[in-house]
Design a protein around this ligand. Sequence first.
Ligand code: F6P
Length: 541
Amino acid sequence: MVGGNKEGIQTEQWQRLRDLAHECTTPLQQRFVSDPSRAERLSATLGPLYLDYSKHHLDSDILAALQQLADSAQLAEKFQAVFDGEAVNNTESRAANYASLRSWADDNCAETEINTMYQTMLAMTDSITGADWRSATGKAFTDVVNIGIGGSDFGPRLCCDALPKAGGAPRLHFLANIDPGCASKLFEILPADSTLFIVASKSFGTQETRANAQAARAWLAQQGIADSDAQFMAITSKPSAAEAFGIAQDKILQVPEWVGGRFSVWSGFGMALALHAGPEAFRAFLRGGALVDKQLRQALNTNLYQAAPVTLGLLDVWYRNGWGVSSQVILPYEHRLQLLPTYLQQLFMESAGKSVTADGLPLRCTSGTVIWGTEGTNGQHSFHQLLHQGSDMIPCDFIAARHSDTPLPGQHPALLANCLAQSLVLMKGQSAEEVSAQLQKDGMDANNADLLARHKAMPGNKPSTTILLDGVTAESLGALIALYEYRLMTASFIWNINPFDQWGVELGKVVGTGVLQALESGDTPPDMDSSTATLLAKLRG
Ligand code: F6P
């Protein structure tokens, strides 16, 4: 990892951000009144995406301070190191050059292991959809189950949910959680003699994935398919572990070790997308991501701050460190993107949930935010109350598609109108005076009107970004995901954390094994705390 310049970001620079936030008293709405070209200035087109970040507390002084911070953090050098394939994931000595994966879509990839991975993936996809590869009983596959969790699940699941199924493609299903209810429910609807199981695990050591794969094997045996080898394949960076698990060598798709789980949808782990939407859609998905790579690379050579993902990352730093914001909400006003908040939750929270710098020093600033959200107007009838009138400021990402291919034309404009109305109301709010005047006009007496107006007043001034996709296509989805990746990297590099590792999830796995042993054996370790010991006893009873 490129070290910070000797000084790194100084305490005064973080303080400067807090001071600027304190002085930031111009209402958002006023900024538009003072500058009619604001939306034009603070927006960008990025391939199939249009980004509007004008409804943010942003002016040239604030931008300059943020860019200064980024310069001190050597943001440009860090991005260059990513593109150069350096081991930017320093705690695991791995590169994170996902642009090199995406470049394959236009045959620009010179790396043998990447070419081999995609060629194998497409050959496997062809042989599954072309019925060369058949089930144990000789049937063509009608159903495919991707068994994987975290990064081996969220990306392919999001893409298959978002994009239409190609003609003749098998039905795709996803199995992640170790909860036996999940596998059992799925087995109820699967045809045993024509289902293929993809065991997707980078490490091939993940408890949930191994347990679900074993359950699938046992279920097939119960259904009379004792020799089910033909119905299993693996996607992994550990082919020997997959083989030891009983997956045939020629049914293993190897992914390079440096590909991180939550970034792996671009790799062989995206095979479910190729099966579901077709190989061309998979290529288009990579191409969409490559568009963002190209813009960022160009900006690196000219002015990094012209790149839209960088601006969004600067805004994340602005709100986290200047305003003390600790949560951000993702609001896709598009059913096809309903899984996006879940996908981004892992991308952002597993990446930025760190309290030490990349060099292992205590972090001198706050980092990472809670990412949450849900689709469309559902949230309006649920948590939007908190967005509008709660005491915390929660920056929102509104995401919508300009075109919908659903056959219910009347509803899409209403959906879009709701999307725009929410960001508008968050920005404008309404004063108690306005509300009271209206109530009195409607016949309420002044006292009661003033009282009720206190409850109905909306502070407004809440920032949001709006992202419009031309439509939900493989290309726009690829661009959208790459945009969020670089946004995440921007903020993480300024915080000087390593966004590519996830050590914080490991201890739970180890302790979980010990607890399982205690649960099953009935032996509670003597040093176990009384809370856990009592809970164990109750669960055993
Ligand atoms: O537990 C977290 C994690 O390590 C994620 O980072 C990863 O995406 C997921 O588990 C699944 O890991 P694997 O692909 O190795 O099964």
